[in-house]
Design a protein around this ligand. Structure first.
Ligand SMILES: Nc1ncnc2c1ncn2[C@@H]1O[C@H](COP(=O)(O)OP(=O)(O)O)[C@@H](O)[C@H]1O
Ligand SMILES: [Mg+2]
Length: 229
């Protein structure tokens, strides 16, 4: 299998002037295409820092990160945003939908940056919302949707440019149990269809959906366990 993520000796130090926070310490990590991974650990252990680096939203202080063979630490800001748009779909705990903007328009947005024609965007947004079970909510505004529905719009949006990697940082953190299960089943389906899916959670029940669990403590990866099917 292809190594889609390869990290070596990665460090992230936040320097806020008065204090330095060493959020990731000498991390080595390889993830192959098609894996389904949970990242666990207490608050402050470095999970979001890792996700932001994986998703090219932030850069490491040192070390290397190869994303689908591209050395992203050597990329300019512009190159990096292109890589991000093509390779990564990001899902956040608090959904990050654009308010007063329909579900369909929210899903279309990444395609506008991806330079896809208006009619194609319109069609594809509908297909994606259908895929996540929201074909009857195309024109609903975010405030007219439940938490679980908002997260499904966010997942449809993450899929807009058909990225090989889906990164989700505590995607069920604001959801009830039933909606959480639905969201994880959706990620499982995307994984079966070939996506590499990485989910941060601190709930064991949620991690159960995945096939490999990485645990972090104080910036170190302290365990890496693959589950037999
Ligand atoms: N932008 C930032 N500036 C300074 N320190 C930060 C910043 N982001 C995170 N940290 C610190 O880095 C450590 C890891 O944070 P984070 O990756 O958000 O942890 P987690 O997602 O596991 O809760 C924490 O000590 C946190 O306070
Ligand atoms: Mg976090």
């Amino acid at each position: 299998m292809k190594e889609i993520i390869k990290i070596e000796k990665l460090n992230k130090i936040y320097d806020t002037g008065a204090i330095q926070v060493h959020a990731l310490k000498d991390l080595d990590l390889t993830i192959e295409q098609g894996e389904y991974v949970a990242i666990m650990g207490q608050s402050g252990s470095g999970k979001s820092t890792l996700m932001n680096i994986l998703g090219c939203l932030d850069r490491p202080t040192s070390g290397s990160y190869l994303l689908d063979g591209i050395n992203v630490t050597e990329q300019s800001e512009n190159e990096l945003s292109l890589v991000r748009n093509k390779k990564i779909g990001f899902v956040f705990q608090s959904f990050h939908l654009i308010p007063r903007t329909s579900a369909r328009k929210n899903v279309e947005l990444p395609m506008i940056y991806g330079k896809i024609s208006a009619s194609k965007r319109f069609q594809r947004a509908e297909e994606l919302l259908k895929k996540v079970g929201l074909e009857k909510r195309l024109d609903h505004m975010p405030n007219e949707l439940s938490g679980g529905q908002k997260q499904r719009v966010a997942i449809a949006r993450a899929l807009a440019n058909n990225p090989p990697i889906i990164l989700a940082d505590e995607p069920t953190g604001n959801l009830d149990t039933a909606s959480s299960v639905e969201i994880m089943e959706l990620f499982s389906e995307l994984n079966r269809e070939g996506a590499t899916v990485i989910v941060v959670t601190h709930e064991e029940d949620i991690a159960e959906f995945t096939k490999r669990v990485l645990r972090f403590q104080d910036g170190h990866m302290i365990s890496d366990v693959r589950r037999e099917e």
